[in-house]
Design a protein. Sequence first.
Length: 101
Amino acid sequence: MARSHGMRKKTRKKLSKNKRARGLSPISRAIQRFEPGDKVHIRIDPSVHKGMPHRRFHGMTGEVVGERGRAFIVRVSDGVRGRKKTKELFVRPEHLLLQQC
């Protein structure tokens, strides 16, 4: 059988929920608001497919730069994994958590 080359390849463990957390996430995660300058953690919610960032950004921390439609623009420094670049991601709020100071 041919190997899949989609966005969710090699994510069997990374994008799976434990038994108690299965199903849709609460609506409060979808309606949360962020202001430019807020620090956020990218935690991909596998039950929501829209606005899902690439799996390589799961677990990273970034800064909210702005808003585009229902998604937020998050600037992530990618220097941790050997690359010295900053990337701008368009991520929906279901996949973001506010960093507690």
